[in-house]
Design a protein around this ligand. Structure first.
Ligand code: GLA
Length: 667
C-alpha cells in the first residue's frame, strides 16, 4: 500500500478547468490557495478535448493546467478520461454502445455509455491511457493516478452479444466443463439444461423468474469485467510510472451494489471513495460513519481518501437538499474520524452548463460571498490543524460481516420475502452501535477474526462452507457470534442447505427452523421481554440454545425469536427476526457487555464518538449532531486540535453542532 505524497490531510476536489475560459484559471488557483487546497483531481472528463479525432492528440491544455497547479504548490491526481468516450468513438464503433436488460440499445450523449466488454472501447481506453502515462509519468505535479471514474456507476451491466461472449468466457474459466455449470445452476429445473456453451446468454428480460445462480454468476461476472478494465489501465500506468500510486473512486454508499469491492480493493494502491447523502435520510451522519468504516475495512484498516462528496445539494435525487448550518464541516470531519486522510469534493467550481449545473461545489454559483465558500475556507484550516492525525487507524473489537454475494443473492426475485434489504438490515444493526459509540470494522466472511471479540452477521443469506466454518470457529474459540435471520440459508451456488434453517449455522446456534413466516409490510408481532418485531419470523426449535425472547402474538406465539447458545468456549446468538430499534439496541448492548466490548466513549444522544489510533496518541473525534452543548469525558489531559486549546480536568465541551478532536497521549 503506497502513501500519498501530499502532506497532512489532503484537501481538494474534482477540478474541471476545461469547463471555463482560461482567464478563470488564475482565480481558481488563487482561491484554492486561500482555501488551503493541496490536491485536485483533473482530466476526469476531458477525453473529447485531448483526442479530438482518433489517434490525434492535443495535450496543450492539460500541460498548462498541470504547470499552473505545480507553480502554485497544488498536487494533481491525474485521471484517465476513460469514463466518457467522445462522440467520434461511438460513431466509429456503434457496437461499443451498451444494451440494457430489455434489449434496448442505449445511445451516447451522457457518460459511461460504453459496453464493458467492448474490444474497441478497451483498445481506445488503453491507447489514451498509454499516451497520458508516457507524457506525464514524471510530471512533478502528478502524485496519483485516478483511473476512470466510479466504475459501474451507469454501465455496470451490458446485455449485448459481445457481453454474452465475454460472460461465456468467464464461465468457462470458472466451471471448465458444462456439466459443472449445469450442476451449479441446477438447470434440470424448468428444462434449462445447456448442451453447448453458445446456448448461454446473459439473464436478459424473460417472461418468468430467471435462474438464481445464472443471475448471481452474472453479477459476479459484471464486477470482474469492469475490474479487468481497471487492471488493464493500471498496468499501462504502472509500467510508465511505477512509483505513482493508482486509485479509482469507489461508491460505497447507499444503494450502489454493482461491484464486489472485496475483490477490487487489493488492486488499488490507495483506496478512495465517493459518498453522497440521501436527502430522504434524516440521520445521514450514520450512513457516513457506516460507509467510512466499510471503506477503512476495505483498505485493510489503512487510511483512505474521500475522493468526492458535496458541499451542499446534489442534482440527481428527486429533491436535492442543501446542507444545514455546520453540516459541511461535520460531514467532512466525520469521514476523517473514520480514517480518511484526504477530503475532496465534486467539484471545485459549480458548473454553469451541462448535466450537473445544479450540483453544489466548493466555489458556488454565488461566488465567494457565500456560506459554502466561507465553510470551505474554514474546513481547509481545520484539516491543516488535523495534519498529525494522518496515518492513524481504528481500534474496533466488533466486526460486522459484509459480503456482496450475500447482498446480491438475498435480493434476487422469488425469495420468501421481497422486503429484505441487505443494506437496511446491516444499518439497523450498525445504528445502535453507532449511537453507543462502539467502534466497528467490516469483514469478509472468511476474514481473520482474531482481533475481534464480537462478530455480527446481520444478513448472510449466502455463505460457503469454509466461511461458515470460519465464523463458527470464532465462537468455538471464545468469541461471541450473532447471526441474523435467513443467514446460512444457501451455499455459494445459491443451493438451499437442507435439514432446516439457518442451514450453515444451525449447529453452532443450537437451533433448527422448519418453516419461515415472513411478515407483511407494516405487520408487527409482540415480544415476551418487551418490544415488537417486524419483517420476518420463523418457527425456531431450540436444539441446545435458550430463548432470550419469544413471540407473544401472530402465528408463532411462544416460539423463540432471539436465542443464545454456548458454543465451544464462546457464545452464539440467533436473531430470527427484526426487533424494533430499542429492543435490538438492548440486545446488542448485552452482547457487547458479555463480550467485554467498551464504547470509544459514553456520549449523550446525538454526539458521535470515534477514535483514531496513532503511533503515540489517540485522536478522539466528538461530533455533536444535536442542538445542545455536551460535556464529554476524556481519558487524560491533552490538546484540542481544531482550536489548539488545552484539555484539562477530565472533560471537554462539545458545543451544539460542533466538532472537537482531542489528542490523548498514550502511555
Ligand atoms: C459522481 C461522479 C461525479 C459527479 C457526482 C455528482 O460521484 O463521480 O462526476 O457526477 O457524482 O454527485
Amino acid at each position: 500500500m503506497s502513501t500519498l505524497k501530499v502532506p497532512g490531510i489532503a484537501y481538494g476536489g474534482d477540478y474541471n478547468p476545461e469547463q471555463w475560459p482560461e482567464e478563470v484559471w488564475a482565480e481558481d488557483v488563487r482561491l484554492m490557495r486561500e482555501a488551503g487546497v493541496t490536491m485536485v483531481s483533473v482530466n476526469i472528463f476531458a477525453w473529447a478535448l485531448l483526442e479530438p479525432r482518433e489517434g490525434e492528440y492535443d495535450f496543450s491544455r492539460l500541460d498548462r493546467i498541470l504547470a499552473l497547479l505545480h507553480e502554485n504548490g497544488i498536487a494533481a491526481d491525474l485521471a484517465t478520461p476513460t469514463a466518457a468516450p467522445p462522440a467520434w468513438f461511438f460513431r466509429a464503433h456503434p457496437d461499443a454502445l451498451p444494451v440494457d436488460r430489455d434489449g434496448r440499445g442505449l445511445s451516447y450523449g451522457s457518460r459511461q455509455t460504453f459496453c464493458p466488454s467492448s474490444p474497441a472501447y478497451r483498445e481506445a481506453a488503453l491507447r489514451i491511457t498509454g499516451e497520458l502515462a508516457a507524457r506525464y509519468a514524471d510530471h512533478p505535479a502528478v502524485v496519483m493516478w485516478h483511473i476512470h471514474n466510479e466504475y459501474g456507476c451507469h454501465n455496470a451491466e451490458c446485455y449485448c452479444d459481445e457481453s454474452a461472449a465475454a460472460f461465456r468466457r468467464w464461465l468457462r474459466v470458472k466451471y471448465d466443463d458444462l456439466a459443472a455449470l449445469n450442476a451449479a445452476w441446477g438447470t434440470t429445473f424448468w428444462s434449462q439444461w445447456y448442451y453447448d456453451w453458445d446456448e448461454i446468454i446473459p439473464p436478459r428480460a424473460t417472461g418468468a423468474v430467471p435462474n438464481p445462480t445464472h443471475q448471481l454468476d452474472w453479477r459476479r461476472f459484471c464486477s470482474d469485467e469492469l475490474l479487468s478494465l481497471y487492471k488493464a489501465e493500471r498496468e499501462v500506468l504502472r509500467e510508465a510510472a511505477p512509483s505513482v500510486p493508482a486509485t479509482t473512486n469507489f461508491m460505497v454508499m447507499y444503494n450502489f451494489d454493482a461491484l464486489d469491492y472485496w475483490r477490487w480493493a487489493p488492486e488499488l494502491d490507495i483506496v478512495s471513495n465517493d459518498h453522497y447523502l440521501q436527502s430522504a435520510d434524516p440521520e445521514s451522519e450514520i450512513d457516513i460513519a457506516l460507509s467510512g468504516d466499510l471503506v477503512r475495512s476495505l483498505a485493510g484498516g489503512r487510511p483512505w481518501l474521500l475522493m468526492e462528496h458535496s458541499t451542499g445539494a446534489v442534482n440527481w435525487q428527486p429533491v436535492n437538499r442543501a446542507k444545514n448550518a455546520g453540516e459541511l464541516r461535520r460531514n467532512a470531519l466525520a469521514h476523517v474520524a473514520r480514517g480518511a486522510d484526504g477530503i475532496a469534493y465534486f467539484q471545485w467550481r459549480a458548473a454553469k452548463a451541462g448535466a450537473e449545473q445544479w450540483h453544489s461545489a466548493m466555489l458556488p454559483h454565488a461566488g465567494t460571498d457565500s456560506q459554502i465558500w466561507r465553510d470551505v475556507v474554514a474546513l481547509g484550516a481545520d484539516l491543516k490543524a488535523l495534519a498529525e492525525v494522518r496515518g492513524s487507524t481504528g481500534t474496533a473489537k466488533v466486526a460486522i460481516v459484509w459480503d456482496w454475494n450475500a447482498w446480491w443473492s438475498v435480493e434476487l426475485a422469488s425469495q420468501p420475502s421481497g422486503e429484505v434489504r441487505f443494506q437496511d438490515l446491516v444499518r439497523s444493526w450498525y445504528e445502535p452501535l453507532w449511537r453507543a459509540g462502539v467502534a466497528v470494522d467490516f469483514v469478509r466472511p472468511d476474514a481473520d477474526l482474531s482481533a475481534y471479540r464480537l462478530v455480527l452477521a446481520p444478513s448472510l443469506y449466502l455463505v460457503d462452507d469454509e466461511a461458515a466454518a470460519n465464523l463458527t470457529r470464532f465462537a468455538e474459540s471464545g468469541g461471541t457470534l450473532a447471526v441474523g435471520f435467513h443467514s446460512g440459508a444457501v451455499d455459494e451456488n445459491c443451493h438451499v442447505r437442507l435439514g432446516g434453517y439457518p442451514g450453515a449455522f444451525r449447529k453452532a446456534l443450537g437451533v433448527r427452523t422448519d418453516e419461515l413466516f415472513p411478515l407483511l409490510p407494516g405487520e408487527s408481532v409482540g415480544l415476551s421481554e418487551g418490544g415488537t418485531a417486524g419483517l420476518w419470523s420463523e418457527r425456531v426449535h431450540l436444539a441446545g440454545a435458550e430463548a432470550i425472547t419469544s413471540y407473544t402474538s401472530g402465528p408463532l406465539t411462544e416460539v423463540p425469536a432471539v436465542t443464545r447458545h454456548p458454543h465451544g468456549t464462546g457464545t452464539t446468538w440467533y436473531v430470527a427476526t427484526l426487533p424494533d430499534p430499542t429492543t435490538l439496541a438492548a440486545l446488542l448492548d448485552r452482547m457487547c457487555t458479555e463480550a467485554g466490548v467498551e464504547p470509544v466513549r459514553v456520549t449523550p444522544e446525538g454526539v458521535e464518538a470515534a477514535l483514531r489510533r496513532g503511533a503515540d496518541a489517540d485522536y478522539l473525534f466528538l461530533i455533536n449532531h444535536g442542538d445542545r452543548d455536551a460535556e464529554i469525558e476524556v481519558s487524560c489531559d491533552g490538546a484540542e486540535l481544531l482550536t489548539g486549546n488545552r484539555v484539562e480536568g477530565g472533560t471537554v465541551t462539545v458545543p451544539a453542532g460542533d466538532v472537537v478532536v482531542v489528542r490523548e497521549p498514550r502511555g
